[in-house]
Design a protein around this ligand. Structure first.
Ligand SMILES: [Zn+2]
Length: 200
């Protein structure tokens, strides 16, 4: 069994959930079934283990993280259970430190910004059709979208408008940057953050 010190550290359960939204199945490249993911927290070893399956080939996928940086109160109620999206949790703090994520890179956070905005749009549309819109839920999704941009900005060096090479954890994400660098500038991300704030 791995010791927490051998594992990649995470800062919150929300970060673990978002990891499952952008990580492909190692066997077929399909999406993981994030909404059926389970977590188990070992409070002695400070290890968070995820159990999840591929939505396409149904192969199981296990992943463990060093959870020593996750605030104690996140596990106060529950040490195992379904892994909930951060917008379903009372607090939407993904990373309370100034350090960038060790498991999600700058391109992942920009993808997750889009994911959270899309979730908010779907929730808004459903609310208008079916029942009074759950404005609290939509607001939480927008807060998570903003937090994703904040996480992307943590990778930038001071006085540099482009992210450093160390901000990319995979060749696939590095290639996305080379293809469309204009979507990765500090100014572009800051402008997105500002327009999100204006939406309230
Ligand atoms: Zn698969």
């Amino acid at each position: 069994m791995s010791d927490a010190s051998e594992l990649a550290p995470i800062h919150s359960l929300g970060e673990a959930y978002l990891y499952t939204r952008v990580t492909p199945c190692p066997l077929c490249g399909g999406p993981l079934d994030s909404n059926e993911a389970w977590f188990h927290h070992d409070p002695v070893r400070r290890v968070l283990a995820l159990e999840i399956a591929c939505r396409l080939c149904e192969a199981p996928f296990d992943k463990s993280f060093d959870a020593s940086g996750v605030p104690e109160e996140e596990f106060a109620m529950l040490t195992s259970g379904p892994l909930a999206p951060p917008w379903n949790l009372p607090a939407q703090v993904l990373n309370h430190t100034p350090d960038p994520s060790h498991v999600l890179d700058v391109a992942d956070w920009l993808t997750l910004f889009t994911v959270a905005c899309e979730e908010a749009r779907i929730a808004g549309d459903q609310g208008l059709d079916l029942c009074p819109p759950d404005r609290v839920a939509i607001r939480r999704m927008r807060l998570v979208a903003g937090a994703c941009l904040d996480e992307a900005l943590k990778f930038f060096d001071e006085d540099n408008d482009l992210p450093p090479d160390s901000a990319f954890f995979s060749d696939a994400n590095r290639n996305r940057f080379w293809e469309r660098p204009q979507l990765f500038t500090r100014q572009y991300i800051t402008d997105l953050r500002f327009s999100l704030m204006k939406q309230g």
